[in-house]
Design a protein. Sequence first.
Length: 273
Amino acid sequence: MREITVSAKNVGDAITEALIQLGVTSDMLDYEVIEKGSAGFLGIGMKQAVIKARKKEIIPEPEPVKEEPVKEVEEVKEKPEKVKNHSKKPVHKSYKPAKEIKEEKIVPESTIRPEIELAEVQNDTIQACEKFLHDVLGAMNMEVEITSKVDGEGALSIEMHGDNMGILIGKRGQTLDSLQYLTNRVANKSQDGYVRVKLDTEDYRRRRKETLEHLAKNIAFKVKRTKRTVSLEPMNPYERRIIHSALQADKNVSTHSEGEEPYRRVVVTLARR
């Protein structure tokens, strides 16, 4: 069984890299943490996290037992009078009315997201967001330089620079996403209309996007090779849209999302022809 050794800035990034190299999802990965890693003090003495990872062994499922079909002909012979009476139909004990059976129609998430018109970002809003971030980071005893600008999409893009930014990113960007959510709340309390805030540090958003696009292509290859559906790990809406967009042009697979937040995940299936 193939086993690889992966090192990264933290254990979460090492796991993501192992998923890409082995071409599997998180539910099919076995790993052992060799070194948890350390951020050091102000970047001095930093140690990378190291894991050993391998693909889980798949145990084939037993074939389902085939049930013999119900011999309705024999029942008719025993009670022929039932056939003549068309007003009464024999009902099997396991029969359920059709109206009780509900079929959920799965709609790709990327096709139902409405476009939201962004409001023009005001200077007071930018100052409110920067003050909020300075207060939060100051409470964490972190000295961070903040740069704000309005990007080409009309969103407020905020970059943070400083030492030991891995703390602000967190496992798979969860800390950065939470801080971005709170900053969005601050921005939309400061003015009318909808303002979108994008928070980033150490170019994490671009690197994470490339990682997810690479993962999406590997998963699509696996689905086409095995002809089996693959369910990815839970992701936030932004990351799910990256997966949808990365595979949108591939006519051999289709994607949709299942589950409830925060456990909603992308499912990749073989396209129907």
